[in-house]
Design a protein around this ligand. Structure first.
Ligand SMILES: Nc1ncnc2c1ncn2[C@@H]1O[C@H](COP(=O)(O)OP(=O)(O)O)[C@@H](O)[C@H]1O
Ligand SMILES: O=C(CO)[C@@H](O)[C@H](O)COP(=O)(O)O
Length: 497
């Protein structure tokens, strides 16, 4: 028996999957790590916490009952995107990592727009958003000059973990696309952009494809993980690119809905010249020379976890959501907008905050729970709507992430998106995608598509219910008005946060 390991370096935890040649998950291990929010809108993690958690998870897999660690041939990664890790000349982080959901960089985004003008979109294919990496680099340079003076190079979260395991520094195209420093179509660091912000080319690590071999394990890493030093380590990809691979989104016409901490609607794209005007993200796929477009809801699963933590801290999700499928679409006239930490798509706005609109004396907690799920799904539907308006066909959506664990939510997705929604047998999208990159890199399959045929197993199908589709069409129009009507109120409230 041979195995590969897919490591999903998430925001709340690292999850590692041990996968067989036929795509069965033989064992899994997970370790959580803390998030630090020193000020409103800030979000940081300690890079070495990721490394320690990953080593522990790998150790658990290598010592799992019935597993011969020598049979583990390759490992690869799926990583939370955009997080800035600045390294000094000895390869040590000069400060905590600043994460994708940190919104402190509005001023730096305006600076990037002012310096680059229209070239920004032409080169990077994306607008300047607080979550992306370049604004974070400029923030550290301006606000922490001593730390910045020490920094020789930057990497992204999973690249740091891979570096600590192999001793080699790399970044793959799918993750580099989210830095706002990559010429996305040409697949090179943009010299023009680096010059514009006085950053040396040596500040960026060498670029590789997601299935490329980046090395083997350092002796110390081999000893601590219990894996053979000969295990091959492949680059891996951005979590959304790996989510797409692990869900079989490897050709035109396929769409992914992922509800994790953030929420994503992603559609495969072959044509690197397609212009979405920066309204949605345009990134390199983890499959060679392919792309995807994506809209992001910052607080998707996070909105439901906030609701549970605040109003039902001692209940499980299943207890909290018991009976949610019996509440009619529309939650009795209660609307929720999921802007708990600001928003990205379609409103790039770090000041906006969430609302419940239409609270009525008859509403019970279950109406609020349903409204939260509907609000998250409406927000994702803004991206579906945009893709359709740009001429993309969206009639079948593979749904993954923690949100795909609830059947009532999957039916709600089918009704709001007005598309067939398909769940996966093994709800492990990004981790499975990472394992597939290792399996393909090891030469087990001639292509990622061939690997997907065996590894990606569709489960339940949810068809849109025509009556619910009509109800949601009307509610979606109302939902879309809430942003404009609460924007200035939230600007006023910012001072009280
Ligand atoms: N049983 C469940 N039913 C509905 N939603 C769930 C359930 N379990 C988790 N979730 C949602 O999924 C989210 C976590 O998803 P996950 O994919 O694990 O996130 P991440 O990879 O970002 O850490 C939670 O915030 C919650 O909203
Ligand atoms: O910022 C983005 C995508 O642009 C996020 O999707 C992050 O990549 C991490 O998300 P989770 O998987 O933790 O929800």
């Amino acid at each position: 028996m041979s195995y590969v390991i897919g490591i999903d370096l998430g925001t709340s935890a690292v999850k590692a999957l041990l996968v067989t040649k036929s795509g069965e998950v033989a064992a899994e291990a997970s370790r959580a790590y803390p998030l630090f929010h020193e000020h409103s809108g800030w979000s940081e993690q300690r890079p070495d916490d990721w490394v320690e958690a990953t080593i522990e998870a790998l150790k658990e897999l290598s010592t799992a009952q019935g597993i011969d660690p020598k049979a583990i041939e390759g490992i690869s990664f799926s990583g939370q995107m955009h997080g800035l890790v600045l390294l000094n000349g000895e390869g040590r982080p000069v400060r905590n990592a600043i994460l994708w959901n940190d919104t402190r960089t509005t001023a730096e985004c305006r600076e990037i727009e002012a310096v680059l003008g229209e070239d920004l979109l032409a080169i990077t294919r994306n607008p300047a958003l607080e979550g992306f990496t370049l604004p974070k680099i400029l923030w550290v340079r301006k606000h922490e000059p001593e730390a910045f003076a020490e920094a020789e190079l930057f990497v992204l979260p999973k690249d740091y973990v891979r570096y600590k395991l192999t001793g080699n520094l790399h970044m793959d195209y799918s993750d580099a696309a989210g830095t706002l420093m990559l010429d996305v179509a040409a697949k090179v660091w943009s010299v023009e952009l680096l010059k514009a912000f006085q950053l040396p080319e040596s500040f960026c690590p060498p670029l590789v494809d997601s299935h490329d071999l980046t090395g083997t394990l350092l002796p110390d890493a081999a000893e601590r993980t219990g894996l053979p030093a000969s295990v091959k380590v492949f680059a891996g990809g951005a979590d959304n690119a790996c989510g797409a691979i692990g869900s079989g989104i490897l050709e035109e016409g396929l769409t992914l809905c992922s509800i994790g901490t953030s929420g994503v609607i992603l559609s495969y794209e072959n044509d690197k010249t397609k212009d979405f005007g920066g309204k949605v993200h345009f990134f390199n796929h983890g499959k060679e020379n392919a792309y995807y477009v994506m809209g992001v809801t910052l607080a998707a699963g996070y909105s439901l976890s906030w609701f549970k933590r605040t109003f039902a801290p001692d209940e499980s999700y299943d207890q909290l959501l018991a009976g949610v499928g019996e509440v009619k679409p529309g939650a009795g006239g209660l609307l929720f907008t999921p802007y708990l930490v600001g928003e990205r798509t379609p409103h790039a706005d770090s000041s906006i905050r969430a609302s419940f609109i239409g609270v009525d004396g008859s509403h019970e907690r279950i109406h609020f729970a349903r409204a939260v799920m509907e609000g998250i799904t409406f927000s994702l539907n803004e991206s579906v709507d945009m893709f359709r308006s740009a001429g993309k066909k969206v009639d079948k959506i593979v749904s993954i992430g923690g949100g795909a664990q609830n059947p009532a939510w999957l039916q709600m997705q089918a009704d709001i998106f007005d598309a067939e929604v398909v769940s996966l047998e093994n709800e492990q999208g990004p981790g499975l995608g990472a394992a597939m990159l290792a399996a393909y890199g090891c030469g087990w399959f001639p292509s990622l598509e061939a690997c997907a045929e065996l590894f990606v197993k569709h489960d339940q199908k949810y068809q849109p219910n025509p009556a619910a589709v009509e109800t949601y069409k009307g509610l979606f129009r109302l939902y879309q008005q809430v942003y404009a009507n609460t924007r200035s109120l939230n600007e006023g409230l910012a001072a009280y946060r």
